[in-house]
Design a protein around this ligand. Structure first.
Ligand SMILES: [Zn+2]
Length: 366
């Protein structure tokens, strides 16, 4: 991470659990209330806060945590908001060139309960057309009031994603969502593709191999697909796993950098020299990772043949205000192409020792 980032990083938040009150409290202390105010309310009556910054002509709408358990981009977005006020030449340029509307936590009820869904158990990213949920209406209204030139749809992806067929986790993934079943590429979608290709090129220097491209199957009820179909260049950002970093403080940084890069691309127009082919050259994501891969489980339990491979995935559970990573058996068990963020070969004494410290995992595989 760079020194400039360490200086501006919004250090009051970290880790995976970001309940809505905490963000609202911090934001109200750091930004004036005329910029930061509720633009609507959730199912349980929590405010959905919106902040507008900047005075430029290019209008950028970003929303994060529409899935309540996807907090990494919210952290990175708050870092970006702090950076905008850092008083540097480039941050001042951004404020003069852009007007921003940010909805840092679109799904406060889901954020509080650490679930993907809102309090009606609905996935807001499948509600773009139906508009059945109050949070969906808030976003749609902001889209109509603000009339953005670009939309950034900010998410987290699970630790299972790798880039292409490599054993590099997809720390960041991007998508220029389709806008019809034929996946046509009119100007606005091409712009989104070019911006992603431009961003990828710059990210290669700090995150080599760690950027993937998301599957573009069209779903008219997904918010990104919907705004794309309305003609606004729309980009999906997915923050994912970085080796050893389950708190997602590294991917928070890389996401922050990707925001700076993509906006520089818009400001300078440099993205226009990139092509659809450059975008398609970014490897697609695969889902080949488990959190722990165990070889030689026969040394723990004779229920397993010698050549068995067991995959363990962590389920994220909210307990006492913190996220615990609870091991579960993976469905991918036994498939050869599986990679582990940790790999334990139990014939190696030091790796068997790692297992011995985890009675919960011994129980699972016995
Ligand atoms: Zn999501």
């Amino acid at each position: 991470m760079d020194k400039e980032y360490e200086k501006i990083k919004f250090t009051q938040i970290s880790g995976r659990y970001l309940p809505s009150d905490k963000i609202a409290e911090l934001a109200s202390k750091n930004w004036p209330s005329d910029q930061w105010h509720p633009s609507g309310f959730s199912v349980l009556g929590k405010p959905v806060h919106r902040i507008r910054l900047g005075r430029g002509a290019k209008r950028i709408l970003m929303w994060s945590q529409m899935h309540g358990n996807e907090s990494t981009t919210t952290k990175g977005l708050l870092d970006f908001m702090a950076w905008l006020h850092s008083g540097t030449e480039i941050s001042e340029k951004f404020l003069n060139h852009f007007s921003f509307s940010f909805l840092p936590i679109l799904n406060p009820d889901g954020a509080d309960r650490y679930t993907r869904f809102n309090a009606n158990e609905m996935d807001l990213n499948r509600d773009a057309l139906n508009q059945s949920q109050p949070e969906s209406v808030v976003l749609r209204k902001e889209y109509e009031d603000f009339q953005p030139d670009f939309c950034f749809n900010l998410h987290d992806q699970r630790t299972i994603y790798n880039v292409g067929n490599s054993r590099i986790p997809a720390t960041l993934s991007f998508l220029a969502p389709a806008m019809d079943a034929g996946r046509s590429v009119p100007a606005n979608r091409l712009t989104a593709m070019q911006l992603i290709a431009y961003m990828n090129e710059r990210l290669l220097t700090i995150l080599p191999g760690g950027v993937g491209r998301y599957d573009d199957t069209f779903n008219p009820n997904c918010v990104g697909d919907h705004f794309q179909s309305l003609g606004t260049p729309t980009l999906l950002f997915e923050a994912g796993h970085y080796p050893g970093d389950y708190e997602r403080e590294s991917s928070r940084y890389y996401f922050f950098k990707s925001l700076i890069y993509v906006l520089e691309g818009i400001m300078t127009g440099e993205y226009a020299s990139f092509s659809q082919e450059d975008y398609l050259g970014i490897p697609e994501n695969a889902k080949q990772f488990v959190d722990i891969l165990i070889r030689r489980p026969d040394l723990i339990s004779n229920n397993h043949p010698r050549d068995a491979i067991i995959g363990i995935c962590f389920k994220e559970v909210l307990a006492d205000g913190e996220i615990q990573f609870v091991p579960e058996l993976s469905e991918k068990e036994g498939k050869e192409e599986v990679y582990g963020h940790q790999e334990w070969d139990l014939s190696q004494p030091e790796q068997m020792a790692l297992l011995k410290k985890r009675p919960g995992i011994i129980k699972l595989i016995s």
